[in-house]
Design a protein around this ligand. Structure first.
Ligand SMILES: O=C(O)CCC(=O)C(=O)O
Ligand SMILES: [Fe+2]
Length: 388
């Protein structure tokens, strides 16, 4: 007689790890591929940028997209900005990229950076480039330099406004379509303090062997969270709802309109958090280079988060037992991951997609220059296909 046994349980025997509050920059660097920088802008500029964006947010919209057979609406307001003179693509409109930001919905042309945002960029680009110089880089990161010799520039930005404790953004990783692999994203927080939450996606090969941990980073007014290379490939992030928040009281009143140096008498408090994610849309992932599927829309670039083989992400000389601990000195060049171009029409057309799916072949697609040799290539130096 055959005895039918249930299949062996897939349940993880690895211990569950409680969420960890990363309350200072050292802890953030220790446990995640992000860095946290407090007081990044001069305080007056941070306040002025907060007021400008708070007013602009009245006109921002809620993102809508199809999730399977359901139309969902993002529980916060958002807007997309493109820098007019970014030194990368003076003649590029980035209209397609803006449309893509709203999951393929037809949108107005992206907004130009307001004056205070242009000013803020100078500080943010410096912090990011200083940080990049200290870090080991992944092979597929962008290796070009701009006219100013800096390798990372903010040429677009997405802004979010979260009003009160209940407006949120759900767990996601940012789309890589125009950012390319291993992007660096600089996320500025203004106004009310909220939690920024990160959670690793455990690769299939390690399922059951270890569990993901949730990290909570308090993001206070005028702090910058840099999501360094591999954050989008390894982690998902969100801004969760909270049961309470502290009302924000700016340090300076608003400027009186038309009188640039004078300020109003009273300071108004706010329950809003403004977030601006400064991004570098790579010249080798310009809109016209993005493959289109049968639906006629640009494909979306996604990393194979589950299938990745993590390789030596820890410091080779002092291997760590903590799988979540990162070393900026890690020999990270061997890290291998596949990226897919996938049909994205489903986000807008009632969930209907043509099913297009193909592996990104950076070399065949003529992308670069990259920091290192492409995985699988025998070339000793990176492929340089275009001058920046
Ligand atoms: O508000 C934040 O801190 C996160 C925003 C975000 O994840 C995004 O714009 O993609
Ligand atoms: Fe995001």
């Amino acid at each position: 007689m055959t005895v039918l046994r249930p299949p062996p349980s897939q349940k993880s025997s690895a211990p569950r790890q409680p969420p960890l509050l990363l309350s200072n920059p050292e802890m953030v660097s220790q446990h995640t591929p992000c860095t946290l920088h407090h007081s990044v802008l001069p305080p007056e500029l941070a306040c002025d940028l907060f007021y400008t964006m708070l007013d602009a947010a009245q006109g921002w919209s809620r993102n809508k997209w199809w999730l399977f057979d359901r139309l969902v609406e993002s529980p916060h307001r958002t807007s997309f900005f493109a820098r007019l003179h970014d030194g990368v693509d003076g003649d590029e409109t980035w209209q397609e990229a803006a449309q893509f930001w709203y999951n393929g919905r037809k949108t107005e042309a992206p907004q130009p950076f307001p004056e205070e945002m242009e000013e803020a960029c100078k500080y943010i680009e410096k912090v990011v480039n200083d940080e990049l110089r200290k870090r080991d880089r992944y092979a597929l990161e962008w290796a070009g330099n701009g006219n100013d010799g800096q390798c990372w520039r903010a040429n677009v930005a997405a802004a979010n406004c979260y009003e009160g404790a209940k407006e949120t953004v759900g767990f996601h990783s940012d789309q890589l379509t125009y950012l390319g692999p291993y992007p660096t994203i600089a996320s500025l927080s203004l106004g009310t303090s909220r939690l920024f939450r990160l959670r690793e996606v455990i690769p299939s090969s390690e399922t059951g062997k270890r569990n993901a941990r949730t990290y909570n980073i308090p993001v206070v007014h005028n702090s910058l969270t840099i999501m360094h290379a591999s954050t989008q490939e390894r982690f998902k992030h969100c801004v969760p709802p909270q049961s309470t928040i502290d009302i924000f009281r700016p340090s300076y009143p608003r400027r009186i309109k038309g009188a640039s140096s004078e300020r109003e008498q009273n300071i108004e408090t706010s329950n809003c958090r403004i977030n601006i994610t400064f991004r570098f849309y790579r010249p080798d992932y310009r809109p016209h280079t993005i493959p289109r599927c049968k639906c006629g829309v640009p494909a979306v670039l996604k990393p194979d988060m589950k299938g990745r083989s993590d390789g030596p992400v820890h410091d080779a000389k002092t291997p760590s037992k903590d799988p979540n601990k990162f070393s900026v000195n890690a020999a990270q060049q061997d890290y291998s991951i596949r990226y897919w171009w996938m049909c994205y029409a489903g986000a807008q057309s009632e969930g209907k997609t043509c099913g297009m799916w193909k592996v990104m072949d950076a070399e065949a697609e003529g992308r670069g220059p990259f920091v290192g040799p492409l995985p699988g290539s025998h070339a000793s130096s990176s492929k340089v296909t275009q001058e920046d």
